[in-house]
Design a protein around this ligand. Sequence first.
Ligand SMILES: [Ca+2]
Length: 342
Amino acid sequence: MEKEKIILDVDTGSDDAIAIVCALLSEELEVLGITTVGGNVELKNTTDNTLRVVECCGKGGEVGVYMGSELPLVSTLVPWGIQGLTLPRKEERFNEKVRVHPQHLPLPETKLQPEEKRAANWLVEKLLSMPDHSVTLVPVGPQTNISLAIRTDDRILKKIKRVVMMGGSHDHYAPTQGAEFNVWCDPEAVEIVLTSGLDVTMVSLDATSHAVLNREQAEAIRAIGTAPAKLVADMIEQRLTASEKVLKGAPGQVVGAALHDPLAVCAVTHPEVLKDVRFTSCHVDLGRGYAYGETVLGRNYYGREDENGVVVSLPANCHYAASADAGFFYHWLYDLLAKAKK
Ligand SMILES: [Ca+2]
């Protein structure tokens, strides 16, 4: 069986760490490289955390890590805007003891270094060297790197088979009343991807809010006994604790260890994990009002014409996943980690 070639784009990040483990250990995926972006924590931390996860999986020297953008394209340019006030997420600004995303993952320091080439440059060079429609992009953070690569050389578009992204929302939201974090960080970047003509699957916060694990499941994973399984269990428990102590009761927040980013990796090889997938128009609100960064879905979901030939919504450009099968997801995660032991 030919492995699906993917490039991960991450802001590691507790759930990114699990997504990286899953991608690196999956027998069905070939990870061509990992690009990093500022998001959950600042870029130097997302990059260092990513390198630590690569080492934990025994893939040091095999899978390159390419450092990307610290800041979004546009959203931080107004300094009194909320993105301008809070990004990048510098360590000294966030000194809470219990965090969803630790600045430093609980893994040994690594001697691994990021590659010399930066993310957008590498994306262009690597993709241009590949056959047409051969690479799946899996962005699970702000999409600054990918949008920069598309704007740098649009010949990469025909090399990309599809994009399976974590981000966006309709019914759930965080951190603002309308927007999901990854899209909120860099709204313009996601709109560039959504209007690129690429085949986009949006593993939304609505879907990932169903991919929730509990402490018993974390312990079962820990009992597998490998370093990657221990890391996954630690990250699930970190998210459970943060959810209980920090997020509880916050409007729009999921209570429990929702594993947003790994669900996108699962969806690459097992699309049946996604439920209620709608082929719809989807665009990002780019006004600087209440909905800045919100993903706006076509209301009739199909972008069809009425009997007079009038288009009643924008053309469909996105497979929007609104739900997920939590049991399937957990068993996929457990089996992948247990199989990698052998
Ligand atoms: Ca992420």
